[in-house]
Ligand binder design. Structure first.
Ligand SMILES: [Mg+2]
Length: 275
C-alpha cells in the first residue's frame, strides 16, 4: 500500500499554468484523507498557491486535509507545509478564489530552501539568452507587458519562450515536438556546461545545478516524510529520458505516465475505488 502520492503539476494535474480543475481538486481532497499528497514542479511558490491550494480551498479542503499536503516547489529545492498554528493569519497577498477564506501565504511554513547563487543565476540566464538568440528563438516581441522570458525561480532559472503570460494555445503551438527546446538546450549546454537543462511544460526549459532536479526533490521528500521509494506513487507527463519527470522514474519509484489531467483523474478514481 502506497503512503504518498506525488504529482508533477503542468499537464499532470492541470492544463499548463492554469488552476487545477474542480474535478482534480475534489479527487485530491479525497486522497488527502488517505495519503500524503505532494505536488512537485519547477514552478514558484505563488503558482502553487494559485494553481493547487486555492482550488483545494474553493472545493472545501479542511485544515486536517491541508496538513497532509506538502508543496515541493522549484523541483523540490524548496519545501512548504501548512501551518495552522500561531498568529499567522496575515494580510492576504494573492487573489483568492473565495475572498473570505481565512488564509494567507504566511500559513505556509518553508521547511527548507536550496537557492542558486547570484553568479549562477546570471551565468545560466546569459547562456539561455545567447542560445535562443543564435537559433532565432528569442521572441521578445511576442511578450505581454511586464512579462519576461527568463525568470529567476531561486532554486532554478526558467526559460519560457513566450513568457509566463502567453495564452495556452500559443504555447502549445510553439514547440509541440520539443525540437526547438532541444536545440536551445544543446547550445546552452555548450555555453555553460556546468548546469543541467531540462525541458518541461509547453515552452519551458529549467536550468539547475546538476542533481537539483526532481531526484533531489524526491530524495528530500522521502527524508521529510520518512518514506521509502516503495511508499510512493508518482504521476507525470514527461517521464521519457530528457523529460523533467524522468529522474523520478530513474530512482525506481513507481510512476504512472499520463497525457493530461483527465488521465490522472481516471487513475485517481481507480485508486480511490479500491481503498
Ligand atoms: Mg509536466
Amino acid at each position: 500500500m502506497k503512503k504518498v502520492l506525488a504529482f508533477d503539476i503542468d499537464q499532470t494535474l492541470n492544463i499548463a499554468k492554469t488552476p487545477i480543475p474542480d474535478e482534480i481538486a475534489k479527487l485530491l481532497i479525497k486522497c488527502l484523507t488517505h495519503f500524503d499528497i505532494c505536488p512537485i514542479s519547477g514552478q514558484k511558490f505563488d503558482q502553487f498557491l494559485v494553481q493547487i491550494v486555492n482550488p483545494l480551498l474553493a472545493n472545501g479542503a479542511s485544515v486536517a486535509e491541508l496538513m497532509n499536503l506538502h508543496l515541493f516547489v522549484a523541483q523540490g529545492t524548496q519545501y512548504y507545509r501548512y501551518d495552522p498554528a500561531g498568529k499567522k493569519f496575515g494580510p492576504v497577498e494573492i487573489t483568492l478564489v473565495k475572498p473570505n477564506t481565512p488564509y494567507s501565504e504566511q500559513n505556509w511554513q518553508q521547511v527548507y530552501n536550496y537557492p542558486l547563487t547570484d553568479e549562477q543565476v546570471s551565468k545560466i540566464s546569459t547562456s539561455l539568452e545567447q542560445a535562443a538568440k543564435e537559433l532565432g528563438f528569442w521572441e521578445e516581441d511576442k511578450l505581454k507587458k511586464g512579462d519576461e522570458i527568463i525568470e529567476n525561480r531561486l532554486s532554478q532559472v526558467t526559460f519560457s519562450a513566450l513568457g509566463q503570460k502567453a495564452g495556452t494555445k500559443e504555447k502549445y503551438a510553439w514547440d509541440p515536438d520539443c525540437k526547438k527546446r532541444a536545440k536551445i538546450v544543446k547550445r546552452a549546454k555548450e555555453l555553460a556546461p556546468e548546469f543541467d537543462y531540462e525541458i518541461g511544460g509547453t515552452t519551458s526549459i529549467n536550468a539547475i545545478t546538476p542533481g537539483m532536479n526532481k531526484e533531489f526533490g524526491m530524495t528530500h521528500l522521502m527524508k521529510e516524510l520518512h518514506a521509502s521509494e516503495d511508499d510512493i506513487l508518482y504521476f507525470g507527463d514527461m517521464t521519457e529520458p530528457g523529460g523533467n519527470d524522468y529522474p523520478v522514474v530513474k530512482m525506481g519509484i513507481d510512476t504512472i505516465t499520463v497525457r493530461n489531467h483527465e488521465d490522472t483523474a481516471y487513475a485517481l478514481r481507480g485508486i480511490l475505488g479500491i481503498l
